[in-house]
Design a protein. Structure first.
Length: 349
């Protein structure tokens, strides 16, 4: 596949084969510029110039799973574990709303301490008190739990497929399988969640064919949101000596994802900002339209260490908001004031 031909096909809205996606991912530095500007234009026509903010609250770092890449894995005995109470989570969500956020993302390890009914009550209380969208990111659960939480008012669910290579998936996530992950994603779609998936770039054992399949999978799942971020090695995991993902390849993957999913919400991921100080700006210019500031209370934030040196460990929410507003003003990108639901859930942009 030739880069120019693949880009022309992508821009015209043709469904790309994985070979064409791979040709785009292999863009040389000169071609990369045209890839990013094409993605930027597709972002503009697909979801507009507005940037949506989602406040992320990481409410528990306990996890029953043992993913090889993640600092929260159950075998990591070197981190202090914490759980926020339901009241503390509600208070934090209230702070986010007071700061102007229209979406809160509740994320945690797979922690069965909170019963499905606890989570449902929490979602219901937040929705009852505030005019805010709720995204859950709690990992793999039974369909009936996903249904309970949807009925309680949850709008969206993030569950990254992590890698589209089933063998690599099995190696990296020994407690589960790729089929289970896909089944969960299909349930979420059936239950009418705005569904998000995504993958890491630069996982050990990942090649460009796999990465091309990652993008094709996001397109075929027709996800409403996709998080594409670099893999970052954590010192207390079996992958501690592996190399980090490449920021440039991550940006290219983001741009190609945008070309394949014009209407999706794509965040400038925190992992990318950890690798590159201007990561947010670069991502917003290569197809991204979402930023997810960290609202986790500062006294526990450091303990949610999925990878080292997350870029936002000590910043107070107000400081984060100020720097985002400055960045957006410089890029002439307005801050969204709506809930930022997926276009196909609102019948428009
Ligand atoms: N436990 C839930 C799950 O796995 O879906 C949600 C929390 S998990 C910490 C959120 C995301 O962190 C994962 O989807 C994964 O992509 C990302 N993550 C974990 N370890 C990482 C690492 N070392 N580098 C980059 N991203 C990582
Ligand atoms: Fe747990 Fe999610 Fe980390 Fe896996 S990625 S160990 S499920 S928190």
């Amino acid at each position: 596949y030739d880069f120019a031909r693949a880009l022309a096909d992508a821009v015209s809205g043709s469904k790309l084969e994985t070979g064409a996606i791979k040709a785009l991912l292999m863009a040389n530095p000169e071609q990369t510029k045209s890839l990013y500007s094409a993605a930027d234009r597709t972002r503009q026509t697909g979801v507009g110039d507005e940037v949506h903010l989602r406040a992320i609250i990481e409410f528990s770092n306990y996890c029953r799973k043992n993913c090889l890449y993640c600092g929260l894995r159950r075998d990591n005995k070197s981190i202090a574990r914490y759980r926020l109470s339901l009241d503390e989570i509600l208070t934090t969500a209230t702070e986010a709303v007071a700061l102007g956020f229209r979406t809160v993302v509740l994320q945690s390890g797979e922690d069965l301490y909170y019963t499905p009914e606890d989570i449902a009550r929490l979602v219901y209380s937040i929705k009852n008190k505030h005019d805010v969208a709720i995204t859950l990111s709690l990992g793999e659960h039974r369909r009936e739990n996903y249904r309970l939480w949807r009925e309680a008012g949850a709008d969206r669910y993030l569950l990254k497929h992590e890698t589209a290579n089933p063998e690599l998936f099995r190696f990296l996530k020994p407690d589960t399988t790729f089929e289970t992950r896909l089944r969960c994603l299909h349930w979420l779609k059936e239950l009418d969640y705005q569904t998000g998936s995504g993958n890491m770039v630069g996982l050990p054992g990942q090649d460009l064919d796999t990465l091309a399949r990652d993008v094709a999978l996001l397109r075929d799942l027709d996800v409403e949101m996709a998080g594409v971020g670099p893999f970052l090695p954590h010192y207390a995991t079996p992958l501690k000596d592996a190399a980090a993902g490449d920021p440039e390849l991550t940006l290219k993957t983001l741009a190609v994802t945008r070309l394949c999913l014009p209407g999706a919400h794509l965040p400038a991921t925190t992992a990318l900002c950890t690798l590159a100080t201007d990561g947010r700006k670069l991502a917003l210019n290569a197809g991204a339209n979402v930023i997810m500031p960290n609202l986790t209370p500062l006294d526990v934030r450091r303990q949610y260490q999925i990878y080292p040196q997350k870029s936002d460990m000590t910043e107070k929410p107000l400081e984060t908001l100020t720097s985002i507003k400055k960045l957006l003003a410089g890029l002439a990108r307005p801050l969204a004031t709506s809930h930022g639901h997926a276009p196909k859930f609102t019948g428009g942009m």
